[in-house]
Each structure stands twice: as C-alpha cells, then as structure tokens.
Write a protein that binds this ligand. Structure first.
Ligand SMILES: NC(=O)c1ccc[n+]([C@@H]2O[C@H](COP(=O)([O-])OP(=O)(O)OC[C@H]3O[C@@H](n4cnc5c(N)ncnc54)[C@H](OP(=O)(O)O)[C@@H]3O)[C@@H](O)[C@H]2O)c1
Length: 355
C-alpha cells in the first residue's frame, strides 16, 4: 500500500455532554446522510464494547448511525440510533431490506459488529446456535442491503475473530493461515466471513479478525483481573496457551486505518481489500498476561486453575476462550505500515491499570 497515514482518526476522548440525537424508528425513515455534508459511517451492532469506542473515535469527523435491534435510549453519545432487523434476509422481509438499502446508499462506510455475545450464556447447543445464527443472519441482511443499494458504501468493514484459527499450540499464524477444521468457533468464523463475501463484488470489503479485546470496561479483562485482585490469579490450565490479545485503542486505530479517513480518499492510498488479523504484534502466553496484570496490581500470579476445574465451571467456554492457544500475528497490518501503540502485554497492562 502506498502508505495510508496512521493517526488520522479523530481523538479517542469524546467531548463531555455531547447529546445523542433523537432516535428514529426504521431504516426507511432515516436516510443515512440526512442532508449532511459530513461523511456517514453506519455501525451495525454499535452499542457494544467495540461500537461505543468506534463511535467515540469518529463522531467528530463523521455522521455516525448505529443500527440496533431495539432503540433503548442508551446508544452511544453522538450517534443516531436506527432500529433494524438482523434476520430480515432470512425472514424474506423485502420492505426492510429496501429501507436498509436506502440507508446504506447514503453511507460512505459500513462497519458490521453485530452478533450475540459468546460469553453470554452456557455453552450449550442453543447458545452455539445463537452465536452462529446471529452473525450469519446480520451479515447476510447487510450484504443483501448493500447489493440492493443504489450507491454502495465505499468500504464495508466486516468483523471476524481470531477464533477462526482455533487451538493451534505454538504454531505461528497470520491471516494467510487456513481456518482450523473441526472447531466450533472456527466454523462460525468461516460462515461469518462467507456471508460477507458477496459484498466484495460491489464494494471494497475489509475483513478484520479481531483478537481478545482488552479495555478497562471489557468483560474479558475485568473477569481476568478479579482472581488476581483476590490473590488467587495464576496459570489457567498450563498457562502456556497463546492469547491473541489487542488493546481496544489499537483495535479502533487499526479499524480506522483500514477503513480510511473521512471523505473520499484515493482508493490507491488505502490498504488493499481483504482479510487482516487485528491482534497485537506480540501475542502473549496466558500466564504472561496474568503476570503483567499482577505485577501492576502488586499481587502474585501463582495459583493454578486446573483445566478440568475450568471445564467443570464453564463447560465448552473454558476450552474455546481460556485454554485455546492461538499464536496469531498481524502480518498484513504491519506490512501496510500500521504502527501499534501497545505492542507488548506489559505496555498494555500498564496503560489499562494506570488509575
Ligand atoms: N470483544 C472481543 O474481545 C471480541 C473479540 C473477537 C471478536 N469480537 C467480535 O467483534 C464484534 C463486536 O464485539 P463487542 O465486544 O463490541 O461485542 P458486544 O459488546 O457483544 O456488542 C455486539 C453488538 O451486537 C448486537 N447483538 C447482540 N445480539 C445480537 C443478535 N442476536 N443479532 C444481531 N445483533 C446482536 C448488540 O447490539 P444491539 O443490542 O444494539 O442490537 C451488541 O451491542 C462482535 O461480533 C464480536 O464477536 C469481539
């Protein structure tokens, strides 16, 4: 790539007391551009951890529309909330798809983050179905709308996850490594990315395989800290499994680097379309993540939690989220010139635990 500038994202910290715009009802009621001269960013599933940070980072330079299943009034400040039905394509709801297509026609960039939380329930068949269906349905609906759009957005950012690579021991992986066969989260990743693939026929499609996002407000980070704070932190299982983590601030910077600056950037100056690993350049073994946090908190990290006990307590989640080893490197992002602020887990832990 010809070197898209890093750091063109608007500041991370939103100005205080920015009121949210009044919510609207359906996509059809709400043309994305609303007559504004500012570029429009539509974020599906923008009410969660990543979406809130993305809105905070972009709302000063973009008109941001958040697609949510239900307008509840707690959408991120500075974004317009629009209700959508992620199952519209599966339901054959043509009216909804037409409305959504009109909304996306006015957008410069669409980011799809929608999907049921993986840690949001017992890891039984019903929850696994929800994890898979919510992602494939939402993506299929957005793909159908983009394909119907009179003027497709210039870039579509599709979320995927490092879990597509599965449990791979010490093998060094990057985005060119094939998905893992016979692994539930890998199957989800493949189906999710496949559902987005038709979007690449009509616009620039960027797929980001996101690692474990660490942020002070992230559930994964807080749950990891709890035993450490209580002096019972340490290795989970062997502790030698690689965690493909990323600091939330770097994740948002990387997403904006791939999406390109607001306005109409020269397409040749943007990173090429395709798939990118969005993880820190130095993945860490789980025990090193625990040690980095423990050091900062002035606690030990020596109390082991055996794999069988984690499986008893958490079922399949233990294997998929805690014990799985994915030594994934962001080779393509680095080759494109992206500069990380938090390269090592020690840097990240220091920043995350600075207050
Ligand atoms: N956080 C991580 O460590 C991590 C790691 C790898 C990949 N990812 C992926 O990155 C994306 C964003 O992550 P996040 O941490 O911001 O997730 P999140 O906090 O759980 O937010 C995801 C959003 O998806 C929407 N959603 C929930 N259930 C849904 C369903 N059944 N159908 C359609 N939409 C649904 C929700 O928005 P509404 O309720 O407003 O509709 C929610 O705010 C997710 O797809 C996640 O799998 C995250």
């Amino acid at each position: 790539m010809a070197g898209a500038p890093d750091g063109y994202a608007a500041p991370m910290t939103p100005p205080p007391d920015t009121p949210a715009d009044p919510p609207a009802d359906t996509p059809a009621d709400t043309p994305a551009d609303g007559g504004s001269a500012r570029p429009v960013l539509v974020v599906a599933g923008g009410t969660g951890l990543v979406g809130r940070r993305l809105v905070a980072a972009t709302k000063d330079a973009w008109d941001v529309v958040v697609l949510t299943r239900e307008v509840r009034g707690d959408e991120p400040d500075g974004a317009r909330a629009v209700a959508w039905t992620p199952t519209a394509a599966r339901d054959g709801d043509e009216a909804h798809l037409t409305g959504l297509a009109a909304l996306l026609s006015g957008a410069d960039v669409v980011v799809n983050l929608a999907g049921a939380s993986i840690a949001g329930g017992r890891f039984d068949d019903a929850h696994k179905r929800r994890i898979l269906d919510s992602r494939v349905d939402a993506t299929t609906t957005l793909a159908a709308a983009v394909q119907r759009a009179e003027r497709p957005p210039r870039t579509f950012f599709q979320t995927s996850a490092s879990g597509i690579h599965g449990d791979r021991g010490d093998e060094v992986l990057n985005e060119a490594s094939p998905p893992h066969p016979d692994d539930f989260l890998a199957d989800v990743g493949v189906a999710w990315e496949d559902a987005a693939r038709p979007i690449g026929d009509v616009t620039r499609l960027v797929i980001g395989r996101i690692g474990i996002v660490f942020a002070p407000e992230a559930k994964a980070w807080r749950q990891m800290l709890l035993p450490i704070r209580l002096f019972v932190g340490g290795p989970l299982g062997s502790g030698r499994q690689w965690w493909p983590w990323i600091h939330a601030e770097d994740l948002i910077r990387a997403m904006l680097f791939l999406v390109g600056p607001p306005g109409a950037p020269d397409p040749d100056a943007l990173p090429p379309a395709g798939t990118y690993a969005l993880t820190a350049p130095e993945p860490a073994r789980q025990i090193d993540v625990a040690r980095a946090a423990a050091k900062r908190l002035g606690r030990p990290a020596i109390v082991p939690a055996p794999a069988f006990a984690l499986r008893l307590a958490l079922g399949g989640l233990a294997d998929h989220l805690l014990l799985s080893s994915t030594n994934l490197r962001p080779a393509r992002l680095q080759a494109e010139g992206f500069r990380f602020r938090y390269r090592t887990i020690d840097d990240a832990a220091e920043a995350l635990l600075s207050d």
